[in-house]
Design a protein around this ligand. Structure first.
Ligand SMILES: Cc1ncc(C[n+]2csc(CCOP(=O)(O)OP(=O)(O)O)c2C)c(N)n1
Ligand SMILES: [Mg+2]
Length: 324
């Protein structure tokens, strides 16, 4: 796996990555709390706790015009792409001023290249391939990045997209968030290959495995793939290994994992690791760090209050914005 140093990054960049990860955690915690308090209903939240470094690092390597395709665990990428936490939370609260007018928690904002997500694993991957093809045919240098999971990596749609992306040299980044589980199934019980990244050779693509708890490692791998894609060098596969620190959905207490396994996983919390690293390197002070935490907590508390106060969509709006 790729290791990275802090040396090439200035303090502002490192602080920005830290801020993004904290904001993802805080927004998702607020969402989880709202669900557990029965303020919101529907499908239980699927949180990215433990996976924040992947969205933060990947989105830091993209430019404004690029596209990201998210999964059912997609709030992290929305935050990392700079969407407004107020409107993300309004959507999660089912409010009219949410990004999807309160009608789907699969948040979409085309103005920021967040093409949204759906419940079908991994339906976003071939669509990302299609958008990459359209950008290539239009002659732009815009890159599409598709997030997907280790479970999704076994689906035919991923293999087909990877093969076509290689054949047609598409500006596509296939970013597998390997959190070790597909609901309750361990990745090692589902993937015979030595790694998901190693499958890239079979497609004729470059493939790299990175430490998905390290935002700098993810950023570096995605930046290399972006550079290759913009130069016409085609698609890449990146496998970012991380831990899923909450269950598949919020009420899943992960009884199928041993206490030792869970304790080891908790030691790989990307936020704690990065914070420790920046403090140890003198890139951030303890006071600055505490101030950042307080700032994020206040921002998300405000966003929750705003979301709660927003109106719900009217029943008459249910059939607006449908495309079939
Ligand atoms: C086509 C399809 N099959 C099964 C499911 C049920 N399902 C929802 S999430 C999920 C797990 C996917 O695992 P992974 O790709 O590793 O992503 P993670 O949940 O770990 O982020 C499954 C099987 C689905 N939504 N769509
Ligand atoms: Mg998984």
């Amino acid at each position: 796996m790729t290791a990275t140093s802090n040396a090439a990054h200035d303090a502002a960049d490192l602080r920005a990555l830290m801020r993004t990860m904290l904001l993802i955690r805080a927004v998702e915690t607020a969402w989880g709390d709202a669900y557990l308090n029965e303020e919101i209903t529907g499908i239980p939240p699927s949180l990215s706790t433990g996976q924040e470094a992947i969205a933060a690092g990947a989105c830091a390597a993209l430019a404004h015009g690029d596209f990201v395709f998210t999964t059912h665990r997609g709030q992290a990428a929305q935050v990392a792409r700079g969407l407004d936490p107020k409107r993300i939370l309004a959507e999660l609260y089912g409010r009219r001023t949410g990004y999807n007018k309160g009608k789907s928690y699969h948040v979409t904002d085309v103005t920021r290249g967040v093409i949204g997500m759906g419940g079908i694993v991994p339906a976003q991957v071939p669509v990302a391939g299609g958008l990459a093809l359209s950008q290539k045919l239009r002659g732009t240098d815009r890159v599409s990045l598709a997030f997907f999971g280790d479970g999704a990596s076994n689906e035919g749609a991923v293999h087909e997209t990877a093969n076509l992306a290689a054949m047609w040299s598409l500006p596509l980044i296939l970013l597998c968030e390997n959190n070790g589980y597909c609901i309750t199934q361990r990745d090692t019980d589902a993937v015979k290959a030595p790694s998901i990244a190693s499958r890239a050779a079979g497609y004729g693509l470059p493939g790299v495995q990175v430490d998905g708890t390290d935002p700098l490692a993810v950023q570096a791998a995605v930046a290399a793939a972006v550079t290759r894609a913009r130069r016409g060098g085609g698609a890449s596969l990146i496998e970012a290994r991380c831990e899923r620190l909450t269950g598949h959905l919020i009420h899943d207490t992960q009884g199928y994992r041993s206490p030792d396994e869970l304790a080891a996983a908790r030691l790989r919390c990307p936020i704690a690791l990065f914070e420790h690293r920046l403090l140890a390197a003198g890139m951030i002070s303890a006071e600055d760090c505490a101030a950042l935490h307080a700032q994020i907590d206040a921002e998300v508390a405000d966003a929750v209050a705003w979301a709660r106060a927003q109106p719900e969509p009217a029943p008459s709006e249910a059939f607006e914005d449908l495309w079939a």
